[in-house]
Design a protein around this ligand. Structure first.
Ligand code: FAD
Ligand code: S2G
Ligand code: ZN
Length: 470
């Protein structure tokens, strides 16, 4: 078995030596170390010739300058939970891992803001903010690993977006190292600033192709003291929307409204060992809802009262209201343990679309036969964030698909979205997996402008090349 260094081309070996001459040994990991590391969600994340973990913003500036001098492409990485290949690397590239920039510099409860470094995980920020009775207005299943820098880069959405917006609505200030090595400091801590072009909004959702996010000011909202969860069995998304509308009209804040079709729930239920007899799996759809309140008991009472009122108009309403936070956590696993799909179907083709939620039933009713016409074996797993119209589709096939099959599936899934006012990419981004979809389904003038912006920011195309823009 050849040692990893021997697999490195001469120039890459020289680059590792050069990095090691300038940086502390502990900050530079070469391929022999990377090969033994968990690459995260995408197996291709750690294919680079080396990974550098800068210990400060100044180190990031210095590293980008080094990359420019060496004409070495670099890829920023945070938690490596990205789902569209935005962080994947090739052997000629360097990883800039922001994980060591993990300080929550300040939480100011009066202003309702947190000043954080890019490598802080969402879970760490949620925990620190909760100590002040606050939350960052973002939540998603990868909270334990996804970092603030990555969440900003992908303009992440998640569970609470219908109420608190997506990442671009949560960022009040931003600091980043541009591909030319300049540091842009736009770390405003206020809601209102209308001071020319909003450069930070270009960096949000740029997936590391326009610069490396190093710090941010994140807006915080009050956190309800208690929350109560229920899982309801329904006949479809329209009925689920009726329930969401009813709950949103109540006095307690609706915190979550996650939909799952029964095919998805049956698989995750089996994987986590829940008793299917305890769940409304006979229904075509399941809706996981969560209400906030002054305490768990208050939230649970409000939820039970709201559902009792609903039962008058929805007599066939079937479901369970959690009697403990432990039971709630189990139901959340039913929705969040999506990795079981990829264990069953390695590299399963997955889609992340958005459309008006009232269109879900009709869209799914057309989608199922359209997919079966391509391959009778296709039974899509369907789940998502109902209240903001974000539908996740994972095929029960192991990928990658044959190109002709892939094209037919893309057409079946994406074809009508623009006409419905939806999006072919709702919250995960483009990465290197959705470039063809961007070119086919986005406005051509918009795509041309993106390429011009990329050239303006990164004329040498060293900053995460090959992502978003081919
Ligand atoms: P990485 O995977 O490390 O990188 C992702 C992209 O951001 C890459 O293009 C990378 O180059 C870039 N990047 C990373 N750090 C920086 C930085 N500091 N500066 C510039 N660019 C940077 N996403 C949602 O939106 N909603 C969900 O509900 C959701 N659920 C998920 C559930 C699971 C189980 C998993 C595994 C993922 C889920 N995701 C979801 C996707 C993922 O968590 C998000 O895309 C997240 O934003 C990625 O953050 P990260 O730190 O892991 O970034
Ligand atoms: C979710 C991530 C899982 C997936 O669960 O909300 O954003 O595979 C998704 O799409
Ligand atoms: Zn999601």
């Amino acid at each position: 078995m050849m040692r990893c260094e021997e697999q490195l081309a001469e120039p890459e070996l020289d680059k590792v030596a050069s990095l090691r001459s300038q940086l502390p040994e502990s900050q530079v990991l070469d391929r022999s170390v990377l090969a033994a590391r968990d690459p995260g969600w995408d197996a291709g994340n750690l294919n680079a010739f080396a990974l550098v973990r800068p210990g400060s913003v100044a180190d990031v500036v210095e590293l980008v300058s080094w990359c420019r001098a060496q004409r070495c492409a670099f890829v920023p990485q945070g938690g490596r939970t990205g789902l569209v290949g935005g962080a994947v690397t090739t052997p000629d590239q360097l990883i800039c891992d922001l994980g060591a920039l993990d300080k929550i510099e300040e939480i100011d409860p009066d202003s309702g803001i947190a000043v954080v470094q890019a490598g802080v995980t969402l879970g760490a920020l949620q925990e620190a903010a909760a100590a002040f009775g606050l939350h960052p207005g973002l939540d998603l299943a990868a909270r334990g690993s996804a970092t603030i820098g990555g969440l900003i880069a992908t303009n992440a959405g998640g569970i609470t977006a219908f109420r608190t917006g997506v990442m671009r609505h949560r960022v009040l200030g931003l600091e980043a190292v541009l591909p030319d090595g300049r540091l842009v400091d736009d770390m405003t801590r206020v809601l209102k600033t209308s001071a020319g072009y909003d450069v930070k909004q270009l960096l949000i959702g740029a997936e590391g192709t326009l610069g490396i996010v190093t710090r941010a000011v994140i807006r915080l909202d009050p956190l309800p003291n208690g929350r109560a969860t229920a899982l309801l069995g329904l006949n479809g998304a329209a009925q689920a929307l009726d329930i969401v509308r009813h709950l949103r009209g109540g006095s307690s804040p609706l915190l979550a409204a996650e939909i799952m079709w029964s095919g998805f729930a049956a698989v995750t239920c089996a994987a986590i060992g829940l008793d299917p007899a305890q769940l409304p799996l006979r229904s075509p759809c399941l809706l996981l809802v969560e209400l906030g309140g002054a305490s768990f008991e208050a939230a649970r009472t409000a939820l039970e009262e709201a559902l009792a009122a609903l039962a008058e108009t929805e007599p066939d309403l079937d479901g369970v209201v959690c009697t403990s936070m432990a039971q709630s956590a189990q139901l959340w696993r039913l929705r969040e343990d999506t990795d079981v799909l990829y264990r069953l179907h390695p590299q399963a083709p997955s889609y992340d679309i958005s459309l008006p939620a009232r269109e879900f039933d009709a869209y799914v009713a057309r989608l199922r036969p359209a997919l079966k016409a391509i391959d009778p074996a296709i039974e899509p797993y369907l789940f998502g964030h109902l209240a903001d119209g974000n539908l996740h589709i994972v095929l029960n096939l192991s990928g990658p698909l044959r190109p002709d099959i892939r094209a037919a599936v893309d057409t079946a899934i994406y074809g009508e979205l623009r006409g419905l006012g939806g999006s072919f990419s709702a919250e995960h981004g483009i990465g290197n997996k959705r470039i063809a979809a961007l070119q086919r389904h986005a406005d051509p003038v918009k795509v041309a402008l993106m390429a011009q912006i990329k050239t303006l920011f990164d004329p040498d195309n060293l900053c995460n090349p090959g992502k978003i823009i081919a």
